[in-house]
Design a protein around this ligand. Structure first.
Ligand SMILES: C[S@@+](CC[C@H](N)C(=O)[O-])C[C@H]1O[C@@H](n2cnc3c(N)ncnc32)[C@H](O)[C@@H]1O
Length: 274
């Protein structure tokens, strides 16, 4: 079997800013610097979570080694998400994962809600999850899964795996949250073998102009409470722009509760890496 950990973790944090040509060893968004310097407030856990924007390089991609910690969102998600499973989420996960085979990478696995839905034709799932609380819940869920699941720390933008070693990739309710969709999708494409499938289940930009307008307004504050989640991303287009060829995509409305109206437009689909 090909070595899973063929590529060493890319830990260079030095980038040349394309605007001024200056090389910097690191780059933190303004909100983080503010949090650092805001004295008493910086010790407040809620304040810290709201300002815990991931460290980005000047191209908008995550800096290697970045820690993503959203303790309040993580606990809220782990507690509330199972309720949506009974209202249709569980059936969506069956549809998402149906027929998968071989070695699969799942990015942003959360608390591991997909794990029980993998078919027995899957030989191994490598589940990448950067948030420590959710990673611990995912590790528990992995123990209950009927296929082997290995939960690892990491982010979708910087995967510590060799090229072309996975037979399929799964992105489920995560491309709304990654700081840079293009980088994450390029990285997924890199670790997939040619002809492998990307399976996606995401909430997306609405087709109705009124709801799309609302989503754009909501996105002025939603990411601060939803651990970086954006409601108005055109994720299907991002998948196509990353070079994947979309073979199926079902759009539907899923709104387990009124609060989630801005994230009600969803899609489930399949795309092939060329
Ligand atoms: C809404 S949850 C979805 C969890 C799970 N995929 C599911 O379907 O239930 C979003 C997940 O994406 C993770 N996430 C956020 N940014 C990420 C990144 N850059 N790379 C990988 N995962 C990320 C979060 O930690 C969280 O677990």
């Amino acid at each position: 079997m090909q070595e899973l950990w063929a590529t060493p973790f890319r830990d260079s944090t030095e980038y040349e800013n394309p605007l001024d040509g200056v090389r910097r060893s690191d780059y933190a968004p303004r909100t983080q610097k503010k949090a650092k310097n805001s004295g008493k407030k910086a010790n407040d856990p809620v304040f810290r979570e709201l300002l815990s924007a991931p460290r980005l390089n000047p191209h908008g991609a995550l800096v290697a080694g970045t820690t993503i910690s959203h303790p309040f969102f993580a606990r809220f998600f782990a507690r509330c998400a199972p309720a949506a499973e009974h209202l249709g989420g569980s059936a969506h996960r069956d549809e998402l994962l149906e027929g998968l085979e071989g070695r699969v990478i799942e990015v942003g696995a959360g608390s591991g809600l997909n794990f029980a839905h993998y078919p027995s034709s899957v030989t191994e799932v490598v589940a990448v999850e950067p948030e420590p609380y959710l990673r611990a819940r995912a590790t528990e869920a992995a123990g209950q899964a009927s296929v082997p699941v290995r939960v690892v720390d990491g982010t979708a933008e910087i995967l510590s795996f060799g090229d072309g070693i996975f037979d399929a990739a799964v992105a489920s309710l995560v491309l709304c949250s990654v700081p840079n969709q293009a980088t994450a999708l390029a990285e997924l494409s890199r670790v997939l073998r040619p002809g492998a499938e990307l399976r996606f289940y995401e909430h997306i930009l609405a087709e109705e102009p009124g709801l799309a307008r609302l989503q754009r307004r909501v996105d002025l504050f939603w990411p601060y409470f939803g651990a970086g989640c954006h409601t108005s991303r055109d994720t299907l287009r991002a998948i196509e722009q990353a070079g994947f060829s979309v073979s199926s995509c079902r759009r539907f409305t899923f709104r387990p509760c009124l609060l989630f109206a801005p994230v009600s437009p969803h899609m489930i689909g399949r795309a092939t890496r060329p």
